[in-house]
Write a protein that binds this ligand. Structure first.
Ligand SMILES: Nc1ncnc2c1ncn2[C@@H]1O[C@H](COP(=O)(O)OP(=O)(O)O)[C@@H](O)[C@H]1O
Ligand SMILES: [Mg+2]
Length: 120
């Protein structure tokens, strides 16, 4: 999962050679964790947006086109998903969605049903 995130972070940094901010945040949506990685870079041209997760697709001189294909695969292994929104000249936001482990939901349910201590 660290690799999945790193691939997107590096792309974000590479897209901002003119400067800008990379933002990473995470929040919970029902039983999933949603992580968002936003850059203020060049953006992804509309006509290639459908190709960016393809293995070996790159628009970079020194690129190999492996990063996003790998990220996609890693998210699949975790029963999650990855999507993005991008606008040229504005930036790109990648969004990971990963279901919480059943064990952590169980632990939470246990905590929620604990009774308050009784003071006698
Ligand atoms: N944050 C981003 N901003 C702009 N373009 C991006 C971004 N992330 C991915 N891309 C586009 O998707 C392509 C594929 O990315 P990736 O699989 O990581 O391969 P690579 O980085 O080697 O080119 C990049 O070449 C680029 O065109
Ligand atoms: Mg890359």
């Amino acid at each position: 999962m660290k690799q999945a995130l790193l691939n997107v972070v590096i792309n974000g940094i590479q897209s901002m050679s003119q400067g800008g901010q990379l933002t990473i945040s995470a929040h919970r949506e029902e039983n999933s964790v949603v992580a968002e990685i936003s850059d203020q870079g060049l953006g992804i041209a509309q006509d290639v947006q459908h190709k960016v997760f393809e293995l070996y697709f790159t628009t970079k001189k020194e690129g190999n086109g492996i990063g996003l294909a790998q990220t996609y695969q890693i998210l699949q292994w975790h029963y999650g998903s990855v999507e993005f929104q991008s606008a040229e000249g504005v930036g790109t936001t990648f969004r990971f969605r990963v279901p919480l482990a059943a064990s952590s939901l169980d632990a939470e349910a246990d905590t929620a049903t604990q009774t308050s201590p009784v003071i006698s």
